[in-house]
Design a protein around this ligand. Structure first.
Ligand SMILES: Cc1cc2nc3c(=O)[nH]c(=O)nc-3n(C[C@H](O)[C@H](O)[C@H](O)COP(=O)(O)OP(=O)(O)OC[C@H]3O[C@@H](n4cnc5c(N)ncnc54)[C@H](O)[C@@H]3O)c2cc1C
Length: 140
């Protein structure tokens, strides 16, 4: 995969909903960004009040949107989870992502645990052949 274009941009929050205990889905307006995102890549997302941005994987993309699935584990993700509107500073997409080209004819076995499901969901939407997902979680 060639290195994708990178952005450091303030993006509008479309929604930020709790989908189950401490797991949130954040959707942002990402005009011109989403088409440069590949499965396995992540963004450094800034939250107000924390100095360092936090890495969160791309969970899904729409035409002009990007979604993230994250778990609240500490200060940064707690502040992020409290935001229902406004803008967030995003740096990315970063990382090389999964190698979709080399393995496009393979039978896929995907293994993920916990919040690791975030990026493999995006991966699964891009695979040309069906595969098997093994997923591990502490609680169902
Ligand atoms: C490349 C990359 C991609 C990532 N993608 C995602 C993603 O898609 N979704 C997601 O939810 N998370 C993802 N993470 C993890 C996420 O970046 C951290 O959970 C987040 O930075 C924690 O920030 P915080 O300020 O809330 O916690 P901090 O205040 O930094 O940490 C609080 C406490 O939680 C512990 N902690 C921190 N992270 C975790 C963790 N992941 N699991 C268990 N304990 C932890 C710390 O050791 C500390 O004790 C990713 C990490 C990397 C490196």
């Amino acid at each position: 995969m060639s290195i994708s274009k990178r952005f450091d941009k303030s993006c509008k929050i479309i929604s930020n909903k709790e989908i189950c205990n401490d797991y949130f889905e954040l959707k942002i307006k990402a005009d011109g960004i989403s088409k440069h995102c590949f499965p396995g890549q992540f963004f450094m997302i800034g939250a107000p009040g924390v100095f360092l941005r936090r890495p969160i994987s791309v969970h899904d993309v729409g035409k002009n949107t990007s979604s993230f699935l994250y778990k609240v584990v500490g200060k940064g993700t707690k502040i992020l989870s409290s935001m229902r509107s406004g803008e967030l500073q995003l740096l990315g997409p970063l990382g090389k992502g999964y190698d979709l080209e080399t393995y496009k004819e393979s039978n896929h076995v995907i293994v993920a645990g916990g919040t690791g499901i975030a990026s493999v969901y995006f991966l699964a939407t891009k695979l040309k052949k069906k595969g098997i997902l093994y997923y591990g979680a502490h609680v169902a």
